[in-house]
Ligand binder design. Structure first.
Ligand SMILES: NC(=O)c1ccc[n+]([C@@H]2O[C@H](COP(=O)([O-])OP(=O)(O)OC[C@H]3O[C@@H](n4cnc5c(N)ncnc54)[C@H](OP(=O)(O)O)[C@@H]3O)[C@@H](O)[C@H]2O)c1
Length: 278
């Protein structure tokens, strides 16, 4: 257990994503020293009282980011992408050589980070997703040239407190984001549509939600528990000449596979537009 202990961590901007990572860290019991910052005191107050967490607000202490960064071995940057350069300029003088800086920000390159924090500061870029809140994230992780294998292993361990981690080159992180970063939204859309189909069959809102939502939750749990290929599990529900077979034929006839390729391509095109400043 002692060997699992993570060094001092700062999360600058502990909103939806930074806060989700914080929950994973606290739940894991492996992060005894985490300092988080937010702009508003109300947000900072809400995170106070978590085991091992010091929560600071810029409203109360305008130097909170530099204070948190100076005391940390790993600094997670969780503010909105447009705010990242200003935040990095603010904390750069406070970083000790060897402090690892990890981006949570979509679309901000490792090169942008490195140019501001300077030499001697290893940088990694991550793309987590919101199931981090319940310890079921998929996090893509790319290491910059200044980060060692040991730095990457340490940051991997940090994100593993929130779920699974995939290490990949930075050039592939936008593609990963179109699958797992945006993916929870695709799943929620499918749940909404199945709920709507249930309402269309005359079920009450409550029953429609229960049957659609619990079916997704149950199917995902079955997938996780059995470790089977989803296609195998699907075939088990699909008896030859049965009712499910008819429904699946309609879904496949609507070119679901092509639609997912098209949707994720559209997300990737948007990531490229955003990287170009559009
Ligand atoms: N949400 C996702 O699904 C997701 C997935 C992957 C990556 N990300 C990335 O995560 C980052 C944050 O997104 P989010 O959805 O978590 O946004 P968010 O909920 O708005 O969180 C940002 C937090 O930063 C705080 N903040 C603002 N300015 C600050 C400053 N100067 N110093 C310290 N804290 C400051 C805000 O506090 P106040 O509210 O008090 O101003 C807020 O709590 C983005 O870069 C995004 O690309 C998000």
């Amino acid at each position: 257990m002692v060997n699992d202990t993570l060094p001092a961590i700062a999360i600058l901007g502990a909103g939806s994503m930074g806060g989700a990572i914080l929950q994973g860290l606290v739940r894991s019991g492996t992060a005894p020293a985490v300092t988080v910052t937010n702009r508003s005191t109300a947000k900072a107050d809400a995170l106070r009282g978590l085991a091992g967490v010091t929560s600071l607000s810029l409203e109360t202490d305008p130097t909170a980011n530099s204070t948190a960064a100076a005391g940390a071995d790993i600094v997670l940057v969780g503010v909105k992408p447009a705010m990242v350069p200003d935040l990095l300029r603010e904390i750069a003088p406070a970083l000790r050589p060897g402090t690892i800086v990890v981006s949570l920000a979509a679309g901000v390159t490792i090169a942008t980070f490195e140019a501001i924090v300077g030499e001697g500061i290893p940088v990694l870029r991550s793309m987590p997703n919101t199931p981090a809140v319940v310890g079921k994230a998929v996090t893509g992780l790319s290491a910059g040239g200044g980060a060692s294998a040991a730095d990457a292993a340490l940051v991997r361990r940090l994100f593993e407190t929130c779920g699974a981690v995939i290490e990949l080159p930075e050039a592939e992180i936008d593609a990963l984001s179109t699958i797992s970063g945006s993916g929870p939204a695709y799943v929620f859309l499918l749940i909404e549509e199945l709920t709507e189909a249930a309402r269309g069959k005359g079920f009450s809102d409550a029953d429609a939600r229960l049957m659609a939502e619990q079916t997704f939750i149950g199917a995902a749990a079955l997938l996780a528990a059995t470790g089977e290929d989803p296609a195998v599990l699907r075939r088990r529900v699909t008896s030859p000449k049965g009712t499910t077979e008819r429904a699946i034929a309609v879904l496949q006839g609507a070119h679901l596979a092509g639609i997912f390729a098209e949707a994720t391509d559209a997300a990737l095109a948007r990531a490229r537009e955003m990287a170009a400043g559009a």
